[in-house]
Design a protein around this ligand. Structure first.
Ligand code: PLP
Length: 370
């Protein structure tokens, strides 16, 4: 047997399974007209102002970007109402999740998360040779706050909460997040992953910024990938008190955010009309899905994000393949441990309609065969 070359924990890392790219479906199924409702992207795309800014920035790509993201940092700081040293930027919030693991986790530490949730928290634990304690959600997919708190002990270092959660879309309200924060062991940090923050319409969403400004052990993660429609550029950020941010900055690679991403983000912040339009379209899309799932008798979780988690009562992989044949890409629940669920991102109104038509057809044909 050949000797192991890598660290043992690397062998335990589970490769990320992304949503299927449109090009792959085009190649495999010979289709041209494809709707991707699989990766929680913004179907309206980036702001036209961001696209204009990106085109101009192309002239300067021979130069390294500003590693400190000075202009973006100041623009975002004033948008959020924090000082610039409360921010750290990453190549997507994915990079920040991994950086946070690398900065704060030592062997023997434990990461706590819910199950199912976004896969990268476990990756941060495993890549640092730490254990990841997975606490099942309630039967209705809401967070089990008591069970999470029950797991806290002297080994607890990072507690990750996706809010709203991916893949289920449900939200942890302020009072529950506060209970978790108040119960947090002294040496632990609560990471609130707010990737879908701008889609929130409920008023009881946690005011994480308040806790950050109070100096609590809280890190907020947000991204330009979702409502800002810049997923392809890779840009996310962390908000935390400067002492925590300066630790993340120590580990950050020098030029981790490209110059085009920086100007696009600045222009996007200046186009809040696009954000409002996107939020409204998402809200309409979710309401349409709910009405159709009710009509089809499918159980779903009301969502605060831009996707809906629905039980199709059939093998989701089979449903996935049948939908692909009809040019519709969704995510299967089996990767999250729920084999009869699927996750559907909201799209343009005509895409949502096409998805429901295809789903109805597919579920009818599977049940008539089976
Ligand atoms: C909860 C959650 N956190 C983080 C991310 C990663 O986003 P980014 O594109 O900023 O890396 C996602 C992406 O789907 C997500 O759902």
């Amino acid at each position: 047997m050949s000797p192991r070359l890598c660290k043992e924990c690397v062998l335990r890392l589970k490769p990320y399974i992304p949503g299927k790219p449109i090009e792959e479906v085009q190649r495999e199924y010979g289709l041209t007209d494809i709707v991707k409702l699989a990766s929680n992207e913004n179907p309206l795309g980036a702001s036209p102002k961001a696209i204009e800014a990106m085109k101009k920035a192309c002239d300067n790509v021979a130069l390294y970007p500003d590693g400190s993201c000075f202009t973006l940092r100041n623009a975002l700081a004033s948008h959020l109402g924090v000082q610039p040293d409360y921010l750290s930027f990453g190549a997507g919030s994915d990079e920040l999740i991994r950086e946070i693991g690398n900065v704060f986790l030592e062997e023997g530490d434990c990461v706590i998360q819910s199950d199912p949730t976004f896969s990268q928290y476990e990756g941060a634990a495993t890549s640092n040779n730490c254990t990841c304690c997975m606490v099942p959600l309630h039967e209705d997919f809401s967070y089990d706050v008591d069970a999470l708190i029950d797991q806290f002990n002297e080994h607890t270092k990072l507690v990750f909460i996706a809010n709203p959660n991916n893949p289920t879309g449900n939200m942890l309200p302020h009072k529950d997040a506060e209970r978790i924060l108040d119960a947090l062991p002294e040496r632990a940090i609560l990471v609130l992953d707010e990737a879908y923050y701008e889609y929130i319409e409920r008023s009881d969403y946690p005011n994480g910024l308040k806790w950050v400004l109070e100096g609590r052990n809280v890190i907020l993660l947000r991204t330009f990938s979702k409502i800002y429609g810049l997923a392809g550029l890779r840009l996310g950020y962390a908000i935390a008190r400067p002492e925590l941010i300066s630790l993340i900055e120590r580990i950050r690679l020098p030029f981790n955010v490209g110059s085009i991403a920086q100007v696009a983000a600045i222009a996007s912040l200046q186009d809040q009309d696009q954000v409002i339009k996107s939020r409204m379209m998402n809200s309409d899309g979710k309401n349409y899905f709910y009405s159709q799932f009710d009509r089809l008798g499918l159980k779903y979780v009301p969502s605060e994000a831009n996707f809906v988690w629905v039980d199709v009562g059939q093998d989701s992989k089979q449903v996935f393949v049948e939908l692909l044949k009809r040019g519709v890409i969704i995510r299967t629940g089996d990767v999250f441990g729920w084999p009869t669920h699927i996750r559907i991102s909201t799209g343009l109104p005509q895409d949502n309609e096409r998805c429901i038509k295809a789903l109805e057809e597919v579920l009818g044909s599977i049940s008539s065969k089976g």
